[in-house]
Design a protein around this ligand. Structure first.
Ligand SMILES: *Cc1c(COP(=O)(O)O)cnc(C)c1O
Length: 365
């Protein structure tokens, strides 16, 4: 079976993790600090707060900004559900905006019509490792005085106009789940140039503990969203190789593009001049005449693992029922949900695999 994804963990990282395990110092410590410093250097940002998952990063971001019951937060209609779940979890209301089919990110032309006096923030998602249209998003944020929390969970290293995504908004969130380019098993990080917010995030991830004059005090109702030190060393070692990891992904995407660009029933990812995509996922749209779910099954019978790309949140039971959402209001999200297909991507994929995958894909639809 050609797997959809496979985590890449260098031997050196495994050795280092074993060393930490033998040392007995397991929970958040010096390696978490070191990982945070390397993330700051890589993204050119002042603060990084490493946490236990991408979802924890998003949840803490909303808590740190004080978003609560009665508030509204704008989220794209097509994403991984965690983006909206965290809004629910702080008691606020997620307000869905349809996406573009060119970048599968929020359609910035449709944001303003959803802004009300209750709107406090926008969570743009850089879907599949492609930057959302951040110039529009930052303009809207400024015009309406809204906070931007970038869900860059699958976009470490992606750029908009030569600046890394995750560094545009008040807060940027990343995930280190095994499906992402670098992984700590479970893990995530929040980055920000705002020192006060970083301080608050650190307190919230650690039970609300604040150390003042060497004394422990509990100043918030915090959580335990810490990362362990043996996870952090995995992150440190992989981050050293991030440029190669991204380069290899772009190469694979380009090979897929070459093979598929002339197939009229398939829409390959759009290439934007002012954005750098990192292809956390290589995602195509297949024509309406193709039954995508059957295609996934047929490819599986041929030893190729593929999947749908992300969920249309207004189609999911929880959101559909709670907010009485109609599919017709989110046509692009629904189309991507029903006709989107992700192809195998990662360091386990070679040229021969790409030939087999694209040939089968073309024969089987
Ligand atoms: C993976 C992902 C998340 C969740 O990250 P976890 O580390 O799995 O909690 C959230 N949003 C998006 C867009 C993702 O791709």
């Amino acid at each position: 079976m050609i797997k959809l994804a496979r985590p890449y963990i260098p031997e050196k990282a495994i050795e280092k993790a074993a060393e930490v395990l033998r040392s007995g110092n397991l929970v958040q410590g010096k390696y978490v600090k070191e990982f945070e410093n390397s993330i700051c250097n890589y993204l050119k940002i002042k603060n990084a707060v490493v946490v236990s998952s991408g979802t924890a990063a998003l949840h803490l971001s909303l808590l740190a900004l004080g978003i609560k019951r009665g508030d509204e937060v704008i989220v794209p209609a097509f994403t991984f559900p965690a983006t909206a779940n965290v809004v629910e979890l702080v008691g606020a209301k997620p307000v869905f905006v349809d996406i573009n089919l060119s970048d599968f990110c929020i359609d910035t032309a449709k944001i303003e019509e959803k802004i009300t006096s209750k709107t406090k923030a926008i969570i743009p998602v850089h879907e599949f490792g492609q930057s959302a249209k951040l110039d529009d998003i930052m303009n809207i944020a400024q015009k309406y005085n809204l906070k931007i929390i970038e869900d860059a969970a699958c976009a470490l290293g992606a750029e908009f106009e030569h600046q890394k995504v995750g560094t545009f908004g008040e807060l940027g969130c990343f995930s280190f789940h095994p499906r992402k380019a670098i992984t700590t098993g479970e893990g995530g990080v929040i980055v920000t140039n705002n020192d006060k917010l970083a301080e608050k995030l650190k307190i919230l991830r650690n039970h609300g503990i604040s150390y003042k004059d060497g004394k422990v005090d509990f100043v918030e109702a915090g959580l335990n969203y810490r990362m362990t030190d043996f996870q952090a060393v995995l992150g440190i070692e992989q981050l050293l190789e991030i440029d190669n990891i991204i380069e290899q992904r772009i190469k694979i995407a380009n090979l897929y593009n070459e093979k598929l660009s002339s197939i009229d029933k398939i829409k390959i990812p759009h290439n934007f001049k002012n954005r750098k995509a990192v292809y956390q996922t290589y995602h195509i749209l297949v024509n309406d005449v193709i039954n995508r779910d059957n295609l996934i099954m047929k490819l599986k019978e041929n030893g190729i693992e593929t999947n749908l790309g992300a969920q249309a949140l207004p189609c999911l039971t929880y959101y559909k029922n709670k907010y009485n959402l109609k599919e017709r209001d989110f046509p692009n999200a629904v189309k991507a949900y029903k006709q989107g297909l992700t192809l195998p991507m990662g360091d386990h994929i070679n040229n021969e695999n790409i030939n087999v995958i694209t040939e089968k894909l073309i024969i089987d639809y």
